[in-house]
Write a protein that binds this ligand. Sequence first.
Ligand SMILES: NC(=O)c1ccc[n+]([C@@H]2O[C@H](COP(=O)([O-])OP(=O)(O)OC[C@H]3O[C@@H](n4cnc5c(N)ncnc54)[C@H](O)[C@@H]3O)[C@@H](O)[C@H]2O)c1
Ligand SMILES: O=C(O)C(=O)C[C@]1(C(=O)O)C=C[C@@H](O)C=C1
Length: 291
Amino acid sequence: ARQAGAASRISGTSRSAKTRSAARDLKLVDEVVDNAAAAVRNADLVVLCVPVGAMGKVMAEIKPHLKPGAVVTDVGSVKQEVIEQVSPHLPDNVHFIPGHPLAGTEHSGPYSGFAELFENRWWLLTPLPDTDPDELSRLRRFIRALGANVEDMEPAHHDLVLAVTSHTPHLIAYTMVGVADHLKRVTESEVIKYSAAGFRDFTRIAASDPTMWRDVFLTNKDAVLDILGRFTEELFMLQRAIRMGDGEQLHDYFTRTRAIRRGIIEAGQDTAAPDFGRGAKPTGKPANDGV
Ligand SMILES: NC(=O)c1ccc[n+]([C@@H]2O[C@H](COP(=O)([O-])OP(=O)(O)OC[C@H]3O[C@@H](n4cnc5c(N)ncnc54)[C@H](O)[C@@H]3O)[C@@H](O)[C@H]2O)c1
Ligand SMILES: O=C(O)C(=O)C[C@]1(C(=O)O)C=C[C@@H](O)C=C1
């Protein structure tokens, strides 16, 4: 937002003094303050960037300090739960417009941010039935100024789509790395030493922040369990095809999945991990993962 000149003055805070100090050193914002109440005072736009399970608590904390007419949004990976948590604490004269940028890495903390993170990524908004259209347009303009593409979605639909595209894949990566770790005990260190690209991709995802992902799974429980059930059925089907030596079934299945991948690439939606790769640089130091 600073680089794009999307806000005239930006205040930030974090609960840990170490993070606040890092944010000051990195000059991430115009002013780093000691608590959320001070950060939101006089703010036209407030962006909640805490784990999904902490959104309600932080909203309760800032409630008495919000400027009348302010817009509050969030970046949480799950939307229905955030709406449930935040809504009881909303003053009448404040607008809440939930959001979710589909952009991130396995790293967290102040050193992991970089200005290009949102470029050409989707940023979903899940407006509520009474959302003010002018405030919604203003928030969309802010997000577009960061380089992202905005789209609206109904909150329950968002949670189902993300269970397919992000949450369940993370769970599968966590599981695969866990399996490899168990196996390592019988293969000594070979599993890690000879890990091929596919497994390395899993380990990158499985290095994501444990608190963030614990909250995602606890708060998008129904959608994740639904997708996990479907995943298990397909897995059993493939397991059976392997056992039966049904090469045709395996070949047909993999041909279909390849077409899906090619469709994603052709649509220009290859959201492969940024890896700080596409010209973007991390803020400087190694990711602190958990300050
Ligand atoms: N990392 C990603 O890939 C990604 C992508 C899109 C959305 N998100 C969402 O963004 C949000 C923040 O994730 P992040 O990756 O920026 O994490 P982060 O670890 O970089 O930042 C989280 C912040 O929340 C604070 N925090 C943690 N627990 C808290 C609590 N109980 N009370 C008050 N503050 C608390 C931390 O001190 C830190 O300042 C999450 O809701 C996550 O679901 C993350
Ligand atoms: O690339 C990654 O590291 C991510 O996991 C980013 C990712 C995703 O699943 O695409 C993770 C969680 C979010 O809510 C949005 C983006």
